[in-house]
Design a protein around this ligand. Structure first.
Ligand SMILES: Cc1cc2nc3c(=O)[nH]c(=O)nc-3n(C[C@H](O)[C@H](O)[C@H](O)COP(=O)(O)OP(=O)(O)OC[C@H]3O[C@@H](n4cnc5c(N)ncnc54)[C@H](O)[C@@H]3O)c2cc1C
Length: 332
């Protein structure tokens, strides 16, 4: 017993020091993509003195891309990192405080919302804006990293334009894959739809659309094993009918490789308190950014399974800040 006593004391000390500080604020914004920074601009201008925690990916998904050509206000285009730096500067100009840190836990059980940052600080916020985005799913091939931004994309709406009159492949068998394939078919010369099974999971309407688009070819029972090319994607290596006696390796020439196997919304830590759909997208009251918890709002890709664009994320960030401002003024 004597031997273990000092060890227990040490553990208690550690527990006490785990939460170092508690801070009370009016408006906490979790995430620093287009949604979070836009919310910060509006919240700062409304005098809510917002604090933004950036998460691991300061600036959000767009920091992983080169050209952004479809965001209004940049007639000559802009790189993703430059654009997000502009967003940040604009938010800071009005007094938003941008801090590096990750929300690791939340407690939305009372009127003052508690959010733990980096497991060692508690923010007590009168309002919380969640803008933690969504992460595209990849197959897990080394080649996807090697050719990132050089022919591999997880967003046809964002990058399809770069492949006009070229040949591309889309991976997936659900509604998203069918939608992305038909969208790309309107721009590209040829679209291969790589489907693992011998059926599509997509809705009947989307299946009909794919079937009636002459420049889409479905490669049934094919799985991607690699990509090849000197200075970017030039082709994909597939295995057909894997594990059967008819198994064979197929190589096709393509210029672009599009993943359409889904996204994971970054909503894990909020799910105990908020309503989400089956995939994990946070549900908001239609036409608003309000969640089922008063004073907690969601914007951007974390609540948007449909559009997932910088401009829609920014628009919903604006809505969230206005909703938060109105909520706080009604609370007074
Ligand atoms: C390669 C690529 C290219 C794209 N190109 C375009 C394009 O050309 N045009 C276009 O309109 N859209 C494009 N998109 C889509 C666009 O990037 C997204 O729709 C947009 O970034 C969504 O914004 P958001 O603010 O909702 O989330 P995100 O940009 O995903 O930002 C989420 C933020 O939340 C933070 N975060 C996550 N979890 C936590 C946590 N627990 N605590 C604190 N912070 C957290 C992250 O660090 C990040 O800062 C592209 C996406 C990718 C991946």
């Amino acid at each position: 017993m004597e031997i273990f006593k000092p060890m227990n004391l040490q553990r208690d000390d550690q527990k006490k020091s785990a939460i170092e500080t508690t801070e009370k604020i009016k408006c906490l914004i979790i995430g620093s993509g287009p949604a979070g920074y836009t919310a910060a601009i509006y919240a700062a201008r409304a005098n809510l003195k917002p604090v933004v925690y950036t998460g691991l990916q300061a600036g959000g998904q767009l920091t992983t891309t080169t050209e952004v050509d479809n965001y209004p206000g940049y007639p000559g285009g802009v790189t993703g990192p430059e654009m997000m730096e502009d967003f940040k500067k604009q938010a800071e100009r009005f007094g938003a405080e941008v801090r590096f840190g990750i929300a690791t836990a939340v407690d939305f059980s009372s009127k003052i919302h508690k959010v733990t940052i980096d497991e060692n600080k508690i923010i007590e916020a009168e309002s919380v804006i969640i803008s933690t985005g969504a992460t595209a799913k990849y197959l897990g091939l080394e080649a996807e990293t090697k050719y990132a931004g050089m022919g591999v994309s997880a967003c046809a709406t964002c990058d399809g334009f770069f492949y006009r009159e070229k040949d591309v492949a889309v991976v997936g068998g659900g509604d998203t894959a069918a939608e992305e394939a038909t969208y790309l078919a309107g721009l590209c010369r040829k679209v291969y739809l790589i489907v693992r099974r011998d059926v599509l999971r997509a809705s009947k309407t989307m299946q009909d659309k794919v079937a009636n688009t002459s420049n889409i070819e479905i490669l049934w029972e094919h799985q991607t094993v690699d990509l090849f090319g000197e200075n970017g994607v030039e082709g994909v290596t597939l295995v057909k009918k894997k594990g059967t006696s008819a198994e064979e390796i197929v190589k096709i020439k393509i210029d672009g490789f599009f993943l359409a196997i889904g996204h994971t919304p970054n909503s894990e830590i909020f799910r105990k308190y908020l309503e989400t759909d089956a995939v994990g997208y946070i549900k908001t009251i239609p036409g608003t950014s309000k969640t089922i918890v008063p004073g907690v709002f969601a914007c951007g890709d974390v609540q948007d399974p449909h559009y997932r664009q910088a401009v829609t994320a920014a628009g919903s960030g604006c809505m969230a800040a206005i909703d938060a401002e109105r909520y706080l003024s009604e609370m007074k």
